[in-house]
Design a protein around this ligand. Sequence first.
Ligand SMILES: Nc1ncnc2c1ncn2[C@@H]1O[C@H](COP(=O)(O)OP(=O)(O)O)[C@@H](O)[C@H]1O
Ligand SMILES: N[C@@H](CCC(=O)OP(=O)(O)O)C(=O)O
Length: 368
Amino acid sequence: MPANLLPMIRKPQTLVIKIGSNVLTLDDGSPDMERMRNLVDQMAFLLEKGLRVVLVTSGAVAFGRKSQSLATKTDAVSRKQVWAAIGQIALIRAYQELFAQKGHPIAQLMVTKEDFRDRTHYLNMKNCLDGLLKNQVVPVINENDAVAVTELMFTDNDELAGLVAAMIDADSLILLTNVDGIYKGHPSDPESELITHVGQKMPDLSQYIATQTSAFGRGGMLTKMSMAKKSADLGIEVWIANGKKDAVLIDFFRQELRCTYFEPGKSKHNHKKWIAHSDTYSKGEVVINEGAKRALLSDKITSLLPIGIQSINGDFLKGDIVRILDSEGKRIGLGKAEYGAETARDKIGLSGQRPLIHYDYLYISESN
Ligand SMILES: Nc1ncnc2c1ncn2[C@@H]1O[C@H](COP(=O)(O)OP(=O)(O)O)[C@@H](O)[C@H]1O
Ligand SMILES: N[C@@H](CCC(=O)OP(=O)(O)O)C(=O)O
């Protein structure tokens, strides 16, 4: 395939679009209302074409910073909280007004990592999103920066967008930033080549990526890339594209967009999508023996039985996510425990026992 041509879109029906702060701001950091209007008009175009759109948007801190100067003594954490709390109102009001002008209602969801932690929260959030989409309301999601501090924080909104895309089983995830995609080299270097297609057997691209973020970005291109790869592995098509281009979403729809496209892998079960994103919430560790490792890594459908368990580290309860390690301590996967650590310890090495992790709740990935 020629480098600048994208593969056919498999009729995406549900789209998660993430807009980075710097897309919505001018060089001096002030809100770029023209850009915002342009993006809303393009999203309205997609909605009118029958696509279901979920918007994950940054910008609260940038909008707040412009409207309120703070006492010099305000520490960095409070600054972010205060600006985000102020700026979110302006951000959502602007979206509401612009979408209303196009005849589309919106709803606001503000979340923290904690909301992805347990299955009940997760399903409640999913239920709300499904309800909004069924009623042709556009969900507009941002991290709840006022309460999301330190361990409650997502790496950035790219991570949040990936989690949302997996949650609602989206067909496509579009990460809009201020460059056309991932370049082999720094994007400001005219010699740098844009990577247009990332296949499933992707070479390591991190060597090309400079660690700095754009003026108002948080995570940088490296986290964007790893989130894109993870989402593609879960069967979601991902596009990293330039939100500052006037027709970016229209070109996407017409399959004429020049950007970085991540080819999706085979789609996996929804439970597995949740588990795949749960590493940071895992509670304990299950160390398995060589026989169990061979079985789990084979193509056969296998649950993890107590006979394959060597030891249990830490504590967990029924329903918690546990890490699965081989005997050398290498992580080979994650799974949802069918019973707690105490019961599991009693069953170590025994045959004829209920699986500790059922296949449907098992996600095998040797990475990390
Ligand atoms: N190899 C690369 N290709 C593309 N962008 C890169 C690369 N290395 C570093 N970057 C930087 O990553 C930035 C985008 O990441 P980030 O600042 O997190 O954006 P956003 O706020 O949109 O999430 C770009 O503005 C660019 O300067
Ligand atoms: N939640 C924050 C944005 C955090 C963030 O990830 O920003 P970005 O890297 O620009 O997507 C805000 O609304 O300002």
